[in-house]
Design a protein around this ligand. Sequence first.
Ligand SMILES: [Zn+2]
Length: 414
Amino acid sequence: MPARTFRSSDDSDHSYSRARAARTLTLFCGVCLLAPAAASAQNGGTTFVAMPKPSKIACVSSCESKTAVRGGGSIKVSGKQLSGVSKVIFTGSRGKRDDVEVQVDPASDRAIKLKVPMGARTGPLMVWAGERAQAKTKSVKIMPPPPPIKSAELTPSSGPADPGAPPLETGTSDTKFFLGERGGIEFKYRVGGSAPVKATVTLVRQNDGAIVQTWEAPSVAPGTIQSIRWEGSAPEGVAPQGRYIFLLSVTDGSGAVARSAGVDNPQRDAFDLWHFVFPVRGTHNYGQAGARFGAARSGHTHQGQDVMSACGVKLVAARGGVVKFKGYQGNAGNYLVIDLDGDDRDQAYMHLASASPLDKGDRVYTNQFIGPVGDTGDATACHLHFEEWSAPGWYDGGAPFDPLADLQAWDAYS
Ligand SMILES: [Zn+2]
């Protein structure tokens, strides 16, 4: 997977000098490794690229503590021979999977200022000059970005505006959006003033600055509430999980521009996209050894993970799709199987206290109620028996696999 790219401008962060004065802390010391190549041959010619020598990293903004920066904050890398540096890779943990690349344009030989992408994880930085000269720093501790600010109702926005530009109000329906939820996520806005304006709404992925979708309205009447919905699609297909932000820009008849927020504000009209929601909407635990996938049963092994919870607790679809089976069976009790949208797997829910209100063939949305936790069928206590099956699906040529890691991951954020 190629490293993701996040563009960082040295001039865009107005809080920089103030923050620098307040925080001159040194987080990390020396260079741990220097690659051997200092000369780089490109396009047949030979270009000398000085080996960058980063020596310390200081948190500049969104500093969580003396030793940690939050995602979306910024840091300064100081050292020598830095003017040739063109990119910095936040390497995260081992392997390239979580690498996030930032293009940089150093203002001097001694310092590089850069934004910490929202998707960057704790780990060393690789500082690159040209194609071959690279230096690795010590690990940078990166904390999760602050959560988005709830603003479902319209509130005045305080983004950058030209004198005379109309005032803006914006709101976003939620701070979390689960892929496949009914109606998608909604962004609303209202423009003040007295004359129609041209409006553009852009949905930006905060991790890498990519524009996911743009909505243009050539003439928006003042005082009217405008609404835009997004359902999770991106140019590459299903949008990846992460922080997203709606940005509104309007231009009035005189050319004055007002914006709802800056890309530097990762909390306003922002939300986190997740691909699944945890299905048991109440207190729960993962039971004893017998609750595990693969546990022995008389004549077979346990094909799912049990999630212990009180009778009657609400169950929702972890992911939407189409109801593939609904029924009652001696072992499973009331059960429901969903063929997921945008994903190869099937998911099965068993021992529901009563038959699901859904029927075979029904469309089901992520986070939609599918029935109550129960103990119908072969069960000694109320719980959800949850299965995941690989393609082509449940008793359809697929195979069950251990869903515990998925459940725990969804449980952690939803
Ligand atoms: Zn079970």
